[in-house]
Ligand binder design. Structure first.
Ligand code: ZN
Length: 256
């Protein structure tokens, strides 16, 4: 048996407390719904954390013990501490996987790792969404047919202010005519990142079976293969070097 993948599902957990419609759809919070369908995979060990916990539930111990972080935030991106974001970014660069959902496109952690605006067009209306599966052979697309259809969702439209993805797995079409790069991967340092668009809080999207399959697949795909914290060491040579006539003049210089 492989070691289980340690997953932390992070939710903002504010809409659920303020909007009865969201509370009806996600009585325990969106993070618990997402954690619930991830737990259907016995290879995943899943915990949850949310904004209003001390350190947003992301203590050093939790961050160090997380293989893959799933992130849903929307109305309170600005309340996420810069210190916690810096720690999360360092963990991704060292190897931790990151799955960013829906409005997480504007989260501090995603924007910082992308280095771009991450802006888009949006509309909360009666659009249907059809996500076309562009890479059926990709691990994240296993179990998904030609497309995923979501009867009602918020629209996100291009241009999406992201760097060109390493892999583009899904493109969405909306009734209103817009299209959007809805499923995309990047590597940053040793970490793998997947962005997945669906999941506006007032629609039952995280109860949709195909959406659940994609997120479960993504968590397994994003698992770390290494953990290499950042370092910039001064090192001795592997082989003897010729004598250095300028050694004295160099002895006090340092790159650090
Ligand atoms: Zn939304």
């Amino acid at each position: 048996m492989p070691e289980p993948i340690q997953v932390t599902v992070w939710g903002e957990y504010r809409h659920e407390k303020q909007n009865p419609k969201v509370a009806d759809l996600y009585p325990e919070g969106m993070h618990e719904t997402i954690a619930g369908f991830l737990r259907e995979d016995s290879n995943l060990e899943v915990r949850t954390a949310w904004l209003d916990q001390p350190e947003h539930g992301l203590t050093d111990e939790v961050i160090a013990g997380t293989d893959v972080l799933v992130w849903w935030g929307h109305m309170a991106h600005g309340e996420v501490s810069d210190e916690v974001v810096a720690k999360l970014k360092a963990r991704v660069l060292a190897g931790m996987g990151l799955v960013v959902l829906h409005s997480g496109h504007y989260s501090k952690i995603f924007k910082s790792l992308m280095g771009s605006t991450c802006s888009l067009k949006w509309r909360e209306s009666t659009d249907k969404e059809r996500l076309w599966n562009l890479m059926p052979s990709h691990p994240i697309c296993q179990g998904i047919g030609e497309y995923i259809e979501i009867p009602a969702e918020e629209m996100y439209g291009e241009p999406f202010g992201i760097p060109t993805p390493d892999e583009l797995l899904f493109i969405s079409w909306f009734t209103g005519g817009e299209v959007f790069r809805s499923g995309a991967t990047w590597r940053r340092g040793h970490g793998r990142i997947f962005y997945f668009r669906p999941g506006h809080e007032t629609y039952p999207t995280y109860h949709h079976e195909d959406v659940r399959i994609v997120i479960r697949n993504a968590v397994t795909w994003a698992r770390p293969t290494v953990n290499i914290p950042d370092a910039c060491p001064n090192v001795p040579p592997l082989e003897p070097l010729p004598e250095d006539p300028d050694a004295d003049s160099r002895s006090h210089t340092s790159h650090k």
